[in-house]
Design a protein around this ligand. Structure first.
Ligand code: SAM
Ligand code: SF4
Length: 331
């Protein structure tokens, strides 16, 4: 394992994109993420403080990490998040982004932008008011659409719209979302439903593959691949041939992109996860809370990256679901 230079795994992949889950809490209960009855959340003292998060980010920055994404749970329910954005921004990351359910974004957008946030991904799984409310169990569509407008007003662009497709729930809206991308210029990213739902109800019959999405849209609005480097997006990018907008396909299940994965995740309780689908966690919290040195933090980051598997094994018969769900790991 190298002891200097960037964070590299044993297959030579450089890791320069850190996703930070700032909380496991959320004000919604999306059907593909949390159980009806809600979840038991971590005790507050288990969550990393902003000082601790900033310290990990600073060490990571020194190791070449240059992109940060704040996520959760719902990151905007964590009080003082704007202050954290400002602190991370001062560390000189090239990109600081946020993934949010959009319920509180409209009000916070000006302050987030002033603090140094560059862009947002807003989750929105239906363009129909009733269905939106059913999928999210709380929250309403107009608020989230207003949040997208506010993000654009304050320059948090490009606004990307995350759509998790679940067969039988919203797969009849693929063309509506394509039309939305064409009308608004927002990049709609279709995400395959992953076996990371807290209820453990994921089944392959619910999967709508990226291939299917491509075919259904391409038939009506011809698409062409967008080539060229886009290192912060795992999505396969396609633009409409007539020049009116772009979509992304995140085919984590059917076409894993592990071979080019450059991501590391810091969980809300201070562990480094090197893959969404691996239960291997390398805890930093004890080191942070016992006067550990920056060199010790660096060594944990290096070990976590080095321990990475060549790829996840969702499609293998012996695949075991991770113990933590998406809201705990951070998407
Ligand atoms: N609360 C924020 C939100 O909803 O955008 C951030 C956290 S959420 C866990 C991050 C992303 O994961 C969201 O786009 C969400 O739709 C997606 N997600 C949650 N559960 C998923 C699952 N089982 N499969 C695929 N994506 C999932
Ligand atoms: Fe909350 Fe996001 Fe999970 Fe929905 S997907 S329950 S908004 S964390």
């Amino acid at each position: 394992m190298p002891t200097s230079g960037p964070l590299v795994d044993r297959y030579g992949r450089v890791h320069d994109d850190l996703r930070i889950s700032v909380t496991d809490r959320c004000n919604l209960r999306c059907v593909y993420c949390m159980p009806d009855e809600g979840m038991s959340f971590l005790p507050r003292t288990d969550l990393l403080s902003f000082d601790e998060i900033e310290r990990v980010a600073r060490v990571a920055r020194g190791l070449g990490v240059d992109a940060i994404r704040l996520t959760g749970g719902e990151p905007l329910v964590r009080r003082g998040l704007v202050g954290l954005v400002a602190r991370l921004s001062a560390l000189g990351f090239a990109d600081i982004a946020l993934t949010t359910n959009g319920t509180q974004l409209a009000a916070l957008a000006p302050r987030l932008a002033a603090a140094g946030l560059k862009r947002v991904n807003v989750s929105c799984d239906s363009l129909r008011v009733d269905r939106f409310a059913t999928i999210r169990r709380r929250g309403d569509l107009p608020t989230v659409l207003e949040a997208m407008d506010a993000a654009e007003t304050w320059g948090l662009t490009p606004v990307k719209v995350n759509v998790v497709l679940v067969r039988g729930h919203n797969d009849d809206e693929i063309l509506d979302f394509a039309a939305f991308a064409r009308e608004t210029g927002r990049v709609v990213r279709f995400i395959e439903f992953m076996p990371l739902d807290a209820q453990g109800e994921w089944g392959p019959e619910q999967l709508v593959t990226g291939r299917e999405v491509f075919e259904r849209i391409n038939e009506v609005h011809p698409l062409e691949a967008v080539t060229g480097p886009d290192r912060v997006a795992p999505a396969e990018r396609f633009r409409f041939v007539d020049g009116r907008g772009e979509i992304g396909l995140i085919s984590t299940v059917s076409q894993p992109f592990c071979g080019t994965c450059n991501r590391l995740r810091l969980t809300a309780d201070g562990s480094i996860r090197n893959c969404l689908f691996s239960d291997d966690e390398h805890t930093l919290r004890d080191t942070l809370r016992s006067a550990g040195t920056d060199q010790e933090i660096e060594a944990i980051l290096r070990r976590a990256v080095w321990a990475k598997y060549p790829g996840h094994a969702i499609n293998e018969p012996d695949f075991l679901r991770p113990h933590h769900s998406m809201s705990m790991i951070g998407g």
